[in-house]
Design a protein around this ligand. Structure first.
Ligand SMILES: [Zn+2]
Ligand SMILES: [Zn+2]
Length: 345
């Protein structure tokens, strides 16, 4: 079968590789589409982060498709349209014992330690498979993954209906956070993003006020409009300036949820917490293991019900052979207007 294998920095090659065979508790999924994640782009541009010994391997963890083979112990019918939760928990460590499967001490990921979905077929444990509701195509289901990251982030926040919400960072997960906050009954939603096309999508997705932080002071904008800040805020950038804006945009006593992945150490003003009695918490991906379908399932039902608009994030659908030029390189170009690129193997 065809697969796009990562051979190192800015080097992805479409090659012929052996198709996966399912273990007894696994299924094999024929991939309809796989989204290119910011983490894949970072690996392409700055990796390999796990070192040369990890190479070559197949990335891709945001995908939907159809089950074409099932192992003897797999409780999933061949022919089922599914999305796969790519986090494989060990179900044996103390975090797994406590039900915190996303915090598993021995987590493996489809598209990192296990072969991913920039390939015609991929294998995964049957527990990680989430059947699609009517009205959600296997292709669009690929976008459920970033929405589920955003949904888990909102669940880690004390957000209540009517709360004013500030979201810093308008990548796919930031845009999904805006849509979900609106769906969960937010008061006013404030969004901050660098790229023009993404700011337009934030407004379409339900943000009331959208700013380019290089031109307009986001913190002053939020504070001027509210009781001194948003009730809850989200950093979805993983950068020092994004983090600072998210903390400072929260009102005294407010809460910030940190969803973005920080590649570098940052400097933080701790007094922003102490003097205004703010708090912050982290959010790590989404539930998995025996709970793999909980948050993914909720997001998929919201897709099916029309509460969310996943299609709005999809800016291109490309063939596997074009994954470098029309996928990674296009996303790396800040002026390209790309948001979510779906790769069709
Ligand atoms: Zn991702
Ligand atoms: Zn574990």
């Amino acid at each position: 079968m065809r697969a796009a294998r990562y051979h190192g920095n800015r080097d992805v090659r479409v090659e012929d590789v052996a198709a996966p065979e399912p273990e007894a508790d696994e299924v094999v999924v024929d991939v309809a589409a796989c989204g290119i994640c910011g983490s894949d782009l970072a690996e392409y541009s700055h990796g390999p982060r796990a070192g040369e010994a990890s190479l070559p391997y197949v990335m891709g963890h945001e995908f939907g498709g159809t089950v074409v083979e099932a192992g003897a112990d797999a409780d999933v019918d061949v022919g089922t349209d599914v999305v796969v939760n790519p986090l494989v928990a060990c179900e044996d460590c103390w975090c797994c014992d406590a039900g915190m499967y996303n915090l598993c001490r021995d987590l493996t990921v489809v598209g990192a330690q296990r072969p991913g979905a920039y390939a015609e077929r991929v294998s995964a444990p049957a527990t990680n498979v989430v059947p699609l509701p009517d009205g959600v195509s296997p292709e669009l289901a690929a976008v459920a993954e970033p929405f589920t990251v955003a949904y888990h982030g909102l669940l880690q926040s004390p957000i209540r209906s009517g709360d004013d919400v500030a979201v810093v960072g308008m990548g796919p997960i930031g845009l999904a956070t805006v849509q979900l906050a609106r769906d969960m009954g937010a008061g006013s939603v404030y969004a901050s993003g660098h790229r023009e096309a993404r700011r337009a999508l934030a407004a379409e997705g339900g943000a009331d006020v959208v700013v380019d932080p290089r031109e307009t002071d986001f913190v002053e904008t939020v504070r001027g409009d509210t009781r001194g800040g948003a009730d809850v805020s989200f950093d979805v950038t993983g950068t020092e300036s994004g983090y600072a804006d998210a903390i400072e945009a929260a009102r005294p006593g407010g809460h910030t949820t940190l969803v973005g992945v920080f590649e570098d150490e940052i400097e933080a003003d701790v007094m922003a917490y102490v003097s205004a009695q703010r708090s912050a918490s982290g959010s790590a991906a989404y539930q998995t293991g025996p709970r793999a379908a909980e948050e993914f399932g909720t997001v998929l039902r919201k897709f099916a019900a029309g509460n969310l608009d996943p299609e709005s994030l999809v800016t291109s659908r490309i063939d596997l052979t074009d994954i470098e030029s029309e996928g990674f390189e296009a996303l790396a170009d800040g002026g390209s207007g790309e948001v979510k690129v779906l790769v069709r193997p």
